[in-house]
Write a protein that binds this ligand. Structure first.
Ligand SMILES: Nc1nc2c(ncn2[C@@H]2O[C@H](COP(=O)(O)OP(=O)(O)O)[C@@H](O)[C@H]2O)c(=O)[nH]1
Ligand SMILES: [Mg+2]
Length: 448
């Protein structure tokens, strides 16, 4: 049986109200010692809390009593809504400690909810995501995941897989005559359909992860193209140093930006060029890595230059990226002409700007459209964390192998179908070992 835990559920520090939570078999007894007569279940009751040792008054507050199993954790639990002064909260925490209760680990309330089957692992992750949500899109995704949006998708795939598996297992039971072949032929179409569906879901541009973690936009280009000017224009503040000295920005400056309810992470990077300076070389290397991982690259070119520097960063961009030909106020020179021709030939969108004349506003509008198009979608995303995507592509691999060995007999294919089902089940935590659960719940805050 589990012990009884407690933790503040609100942020530490002075506040109007602070909430403490308790969960475990001793909750009822401890409440009685603090407040005397038990309140009605699930109704807020105003009570005087007293120190069980001295009888001294600790606070007047609202007490909520949630008898298990119909509670968040599935156990007997309670909430104390106290005045948010530090001495009040400290006093009650001390009292709970002296009564022999234990301070909860991060995520322990939700972990108990998971263990008592009040929610699955994907829903537990959604609780953490909701607590961390900073944008409307993050909030919506976390709420949908909490309501079962992700779990239902994986549950449906698993059911389809188990249907095919049942056919394969029937084939194993009839090892002679034409039956195995007939069975194998029956199992093929559902497995093929499932594989197509899973591959499609995986190929969604990491929509769910990018909503949760931020849509990463790398600003790249040769030194002096205007990268730092663009960052400052997009953020509306001086986040990066702008000078006419090439090589000023050496480390990556990452800044969050919210557009149309989506979180973006914009990075100012070191200008791409050959350099003997070790620090600058490292900066260029980091810029390249960041640019490769980004969802979108904004490639800046000094269009008024005629140095050939425009070509320094061209190997980092792809057809879905944007080429910004900067300094249009100075007129177009050889670099601008060459970059524009190259960019058009390679499928990039090309936009002339003058960042010293409010050019960032047009870029902001374009970014808003791009992030909305990239991250909106009808279905709940297949993965909102790397963990989900890893298990899903594992499942796809097994389904593919099952299809490949189908001609050799049902038995081999059944084994792979089973492994695919396992991989899907890991997402909702049906079969996860302790260490995986530990990794998930340790990222929670105390009191959740
Ligand atoms: N004339 C003109 N100068 C610009 C424009 N944008 C940036 N600059 C100047 O170009 C220089 C380099 O800009 P910066 O943003 O530091 O470039 P970075 O090295 O790519 O980060 C600075 O002196 C800026 O003031 C522009 O649109 N027109
Ligand atoms: Mg710079």
């Amino acid at each position: 049986m589990s012990d009884t835990i407690y933790a503040p559920a609100t942020a530490p520090g002075r506040s109007a109200v602070a909430v403490l939570r308790l969960s475990g078999p001793r909750t009822r007894e401890v409440l009685r010692q603090l407040i005397g007569i038990m309140p009605e279940p699930r109704r807020a009751s105003l009570r005087r809390l007293r120190d069980p040792a001295t009888g001294g008054v600790l606070d007047d507050g609202l007490v909520l009593w949630f008898p298990g199993p119909a509670s968040y954790t599935g156990e007997d639990s309670a909430e104390l809504h106290l005045h948010g002064g530090m001495a009040v909260v400290e006093g009650v925490l001390d009292g709970l400690d002296r009564l022999g209760l234990r301070m909860a680990e991060p995520g322990e309330f939700t972990r108990r909810a998971f263990q008592n089957q009040r929610m699955d692992l994907a829903q537990a992750e959604a609780v953490a995501d909701l607590v961390d949500a900073e944008t409307a899109a993050q909030r919506q995704q976390a709420l949908d995941q909490l309501a079962g949006g992700l779990s239902q998708r994986y549950g449906r795939w698993r059911d389809q897989l188990l249907g095919a598996l049942a056919m394969l297992e029937a084939g194993i039971d009839f090892p002679d005559e034409e039956v195995p072949e007939a069975v194998a032929n029956m199992a093929r179409p559902p497995l093929e359909r499932l594989l197509v569906e899973v591959r499609l879901a995986l190929d969604d541009g990491k929509r769910g992860e990018r909503i949760r973690d931020g849509y990463r936009v790398a600003v790249i280009g040769a030194p002096n193209a205007g990268k730092s000017s663009l960052i400052n224009g997009l953020l509306g503040r001086d986040a990066a140093i702008v000078t006419d000295i090439a090589g000023t920005t050496r480390d990556i400056i990452e800044a969050p930006l919210v557009l149309a309810g989506f979180k973006l992470l914009i990075a100012d990077t070191a200008g791409i060029r050959q350099s003997d300076d070790q620090i600058e070389q490292e900066g260029v290397r980091r810029a390249q890595v960041w640019a490769q991982d980004a969802a979108l690259r904004l490639w800046l070119v000094d269009g008024a230059a005629a140095s050939g520097d425009w070509a320094l960063a061209k190997d980092l961009v792809g057809p879905d990226d944007v080429c910004l030909i900067n300094k249009s106020d100075l007129g177009l020179s050889a670099d601008g002409v060459a970059a524009e021709a190259w960019a058009r030939a390679h499928g990039l969108a090309v936009q002339p700007v003058s960042l010293s004349r409010d050019g960032a506003d047009a870029v902001l509008l374009d970014l808003t459209e791009r992030v909305t198009a990239a991250l909106s979608g009808a279905d709940f995303p297949a993965a909102t964390r790397r963990r989900h995507a890893v298990h899903l592509s594992e499942a796809a691999g097994h389904i593919e192998r099952a299809l490949g060995v189908l001609v050799l007999g049902s038995e081999l294919a059944a084994e792979d179908a089973r492994l695919a089902a396992r991989a899907l089940e890991r997402v909702t935590g049906k079969i996860d070992p302790e260490d995986v659960l530990g990794a998930v719940f340790s990222t929670f805050c105390i009191g959740k």
